[in-house]
Each structure stands twice: as C-alpha cells, then as structure tokens.
Write a protein that binds this ligand. Structure first.
Ligand code: GLA
Length: 427
C-alpha cells in the first residue's frame, strides 16, 4: 500500500471525511485553446523528465484551468520519423500522448485530496516503446487486438497467414502493429474539450491483413476529466478489425507497487476460457463460482493465486470477459448502433481514485500485468514488477476470425468500424 506524501496531508472535514474534490468548470473557450496550439507547436517548454511538470489540476475549491492541447517534439522513431508529444489538459486531468503508437505516456488524475499523480505505466522515451520488449504500454492496438490462432484465418473463401509474434499465434496485430507506427495528429477539441485526432492508413497486406485500412482514433478529455477514445475505420476490401487501447493502470500511481489491492468490478456473467497458448476454446463459460466472477467488486489479489487451471494458463488474469449488455454488441456493419454501456469499475481504496470504463464493445480483456518481470524501467525511473499495472482492453473477443459463434470482427467496403470507450475518473 503506497504512502501518501506528508506534504499532501488530506484536508479533513470535522467528521474526518476527506474533502471531496469537485470537477472544475471549463473556464476558457476552445477557440482560445486551439488558437494557442498553432502558436505553441514545437515551442512548449518541456518538463524535465516524462512525468515531471504538468498542469496543476488544482485543489478543492480552486479551478484547474482551461482545456488545452499543446505539442512538443519528442525524438524520432527507429526509421527517423519525427515523433510529437501532445499534452491535453481538462477537468483536472492531464495526459501526454505520443504520435508514436498513439501512446498514452502519462495520465495525471487527482486523488481524493486533489493530489494529481500519473496513473499509467510507460517509458521515458521512444526507444523504450520501439524495443521488442515493450509490452504495449499505453498504445493503440491494431489491426487486431489480442490473439489470432496460428496467425491464420479465412475470409470469403480466401486464406490469410499473418506473421507470428506470440509463440504459435499472432498477438496485437503482429510484430509491426499499430503500436509501432507514427500517427498523424491534429487537435480537434470542441466546446470545453481538449481533443486529439490520430490518423493512420494501413496499406493492403500490412502484417498480412487484406484491405487498405483507414483508421482514425480520437482522444477527448471533457470538462469532467473523462477520457473518451473513439475509433473509426474503413476498408477497401473485406478484412477483420479489432482495435483497442492498451494502457496499464495503477490508480495508486505509476511505480507505487502492485494493483492487487485495487477492487475490480466487471459487468460480465461469462468469460472466454483459453487453452495453454491463451487462445479461446470457443466456449463462453459462466463466471459463477470461479475466480473470474467480478460481478461485485473484489480485490484483484484476493483470488489470483487460487489453484485454477485458467489462472495458471494466464499466470494470473489474462482473459476476455463477455460483457452483459443491453444490446448484443455485434458489429452488423457498424458499432454505431450499439450503446455505451458500463463494462468495469476499478477502485483504489488508498488514493480513493475510481475509474469507470464504458464501451460499445462486447468484450473486455483484463490483464493483470503478469509478464512484467522487473526488467523494464518506467517513466518514474523504477523497475516494473509483476502486477504493477493492469490493462482493461475493450474489444471484440480474441480469435473471432476463427470462432463463428463470437461477434463478428469482419469489416467490408462501405461499412464503418465505429467503436467508443470512455474512462471516467472519480475520487
Ligand atoms: C494482452 C495479452 C497478454 C499480454 C499483453 C502484453 O493483454 O492478452 O497476454 O501479451 O497484452 O504483454
């Protein structure tokens, strides 16, 4: 359990209850913020170190300031392409986004005392993200989130073979997935928002996938500090698509220890059990009576060491939950018809931070950071060990191209892949 810095002793009300922080009203119009972007481009004074500096989110009773989006150079990709780092601030939340991989490098969120801390794992520089050892920290995953068995599938009678990068399978779009591309970025914030649009065109045959995929991902911070991630993609030939965001959260703060005390609730009465290579068996099994039942909040560490074959396969939690939804979450040409429904709530009792995840997607991969082994050094300068962060990846189910019973991941010309996930923060 991390200690709070003594310099941030919580202000207490007479009852001893910590003062609840309020979301700051938006104070300046977006025209001001966006007009500023052009002027500020490349001239933003960079904070010393990736996690240093940042906008003071304010403290209870004091506003955090207007919505802003600013940019600075952030080195180069391995092929020499310049990388930008964007800083978005709104509603007391500050996030830093790299055009490399669309990576959320830092996400500063206030705790119940108004103390902002970075709650995602990451690297201080592009080299960390470009290395083969990067476990997809903070990145956009494409074209296909999670695994495709043997990297093979058939579509409209044609067979496709993808490069393998996870034992016998293809993981997260292959060895050169969307997490390793430099995206084009532009600020698009509307009234009271700080927002960044990222664009990428993936040519036909990229990592073995058919069709030219034209992809747009938008990060939007609203006046309440909620982060909306919107994905849109179109294709010029039949293909399969499954995009997600791979941030590793630690609501007690990056580098503060494990997430085993975090309480997690997942709105799912079923999950998809896997084989020893983490490919779904095709079954949607009831969570009832298993360590996979998170229908009411449970501390992550409570059952993670149980003698359960599925936990042994994953070395912890590394599974897809089939979300209980009002609608079916099926694509049927477009997800736009699907509603945003609550998928998960993550709560850190120590800091009081709570994150609520809502999505249009039918599945959620909960990965408890099992493969972090102390060899990666993060933004805060310390090593990441097993369980130091967790991912909640909203998605269609793993290996859907080979699982006819799962919601379809096919996308055809004329259809629009349209998917939304919202991360809301509370204290
Ligand atoms: C996903 C997978 C995990 C692991 C991580 C990245 O969550 O399901 O098995 O590969 O990505 O390390």
């Amino acid at each position: 359990m991390p200690e709070h810095p003594t310099s941030h002793v919580p202000p207490v009300e007479p009852t001893g209850t910590p003062v609840r922080r309020r979301r700051w009203p938006f104070l300046a119009g977006p025209a001001v913020a966006l007009a500023g972007v052009g002027l500020l481009a490349g001239t933003l004074v960079s904070p010393a170190g990736a996690t240093g500096g940042g906008t003071d989110p304010g403290h209870p009773g004091h506003p955090g300031g207007p919505a802003t989006a600013t940019v600075e150079p952030f080195g180069t990709a391995p092929d020499g392409t310049p990388v930008e780092r964007w800083t978005l601030t709104n509603g007391g939340v500050t996030m830093r986004v790299l055009t490399y991989g669309g990576i959320i490098q830092t996400l500063e969120v206030p705790d119940r005392w108004g103390q902002a801390e970075n709650v995602v794992l990451g690297f201080p520089d592009v080299a960390g993200y470009a290395a083969d050892t990067d476990p997809y920290f903070g990145s956009i995953i494409g074209r296909y989130g999670n695994r495709i068995a043997a990297g093979a599938f058939e579509l409209d009678g044609a067979s496709y073979q993808l490069p393998l990068n996870d034992g016998p399978n293809t993981l997260h779009g292959g060895p050169e997935g969307f997490d390793d591309r430099v995206w084009a970025a532009k600020p698009v914030g509307g009234e009271g928002e700080a927002a960044l649009q990222l664009d990428l065109v993936s040519p036909a045959g990229d990592q073995g996938f058919p069709g030219t995929l034209t992809t747009t991902v938008t990060y939007r911070l609203d006046a309440e500090g909620a982060l909306t991630v919107h994905y849109r993609a179109t294709t010029d030939a039949p293909t399969v698509v499954n995009l997600t965001q791979h941030s590793y959260f630690n609501l007690a703060g990056e580098g503060s220890g494990t997430i085993y005390d975090h309480e997690l609730q997942i709105a799912a009465s079923g999950y998809t059990p896997v084989d020893e290579t983490l490919i779904p068996t095709g079954e949607v099994a009831p969570v009832e009576g298993t360590p996979f039942d998170f229908r009411t909040p449970v501390a992550i560490g409570e059952r993670i060491r149980q003698a359960d074959q599925q936990l042994l396969y994953g070395q912890g939690y590394d599974h897809n939950w089939a979300l209980d939804r009002e609608d079916d979450g099926d694509r049927e040409g477009s997800d736009a018809e699907d509603g945003l429904e609550k998928a998960a709530v993550l709560h850190d009792p120590d800091s009081g931070r709570t994150m609520t995840v809502s999505t249009t997607e039918p599945g959620l991969q909960f990965y408890s950071g099992n493969f972090l082994d102390g060899t990666l050094v993060g933004t805060g300068g310390g090593a990441y060990r097993q369980g130091d962060g967790l991912a909640l990846e909203t998605q269609h189910f793993p290996d859907s191209p080979n699982q006819p019973e799962f919601p379809s991941t096919e996308l055809r010309p004329g259809e629009v892949y349209d998917s939304t996930t919202v991360f809301e923060f509370d204290d």
